[in-house]
Design a protein around this ligand. Structure first.
Ligand code: OFO
Length: 170
């Protein structure tokens, strides 16, 4: 496998596992603040992130690349408010989208068509993830001064189902 693409895919596996860590940390923050629906939603999102990492892990192996698991830093564990916690995941998703776009640019420049096609799934996924985080952030911002509003969102988030093992159905 092209060594530049292999290195970049390993860095993306690292970024997806960091996303897993970040969502778990946000989940723990909400649990500590008695917003169990938010905590549940973030935990389910963490599971999705590990699926994103493992799809790349499996792809590398399939293409004859070598997986290298890089060390993870500890994510932030405290936020000033629920909206600040949700805003941090929104900003994170925006940064992940930029990373994916740069990866597509690299795979295209290296004529690695298989990687380019595989990455299209991540491009679409990021559109959805940014939109979801953005809408949650604005909803939380709207009701932040009213505990009643926050509890209503919390109840709604408690219903998020677990992700399918492979969201692409492959
Ligand atoms: Fe893996 O999509 Fe969020 O970070």
């Amino acid at each position: 496998m092209n060594p530049k693409v292999e290195k970049a895919l390993n860095e993306q596996i690292h970024a997806e596992f960091f996303s897993y860590y970040l969502y778990l940390s946000v989940s723990a923050y909400f649990t500590a603040n008695h917003l169990d629906g938010f905590a549940h939603w973030m935990r389910i999102q963490a599971q999705e992130e590990s699926i994103h990492a493992m799809k790349l892990f499996d792809f590398l192996a399939e293409r004859g690349g070598r997986v290298e698991l890089l060390p993870l830093d500890g994510p932030t564990r405290e936020w000033a408010s629920p909206s600040a916690a949700v805003e941090s995941v929104l900003n994170h998703e925006r940064a992940i989208s930029e990373r994916i776009n740069r990866l597509v640019d690299l795979a295209t420049a290296e004529n690695d068509h298989a990687t380019t096609v595989m990455l299209h799934w991540y491009v679409s996924e990021q559109v959805e993830e940014e939109a979801t985080a953005d809408s949650l952030f604005h909803q939380v911002k709207m009701v932040e001064s009213s505990p009643h509003g926050l509890l209503m969102i919390d109840r709604e988030l408690a219903g998020r189902p677990a992700p399918a093992a492979d969201p692409a159905g492959e």
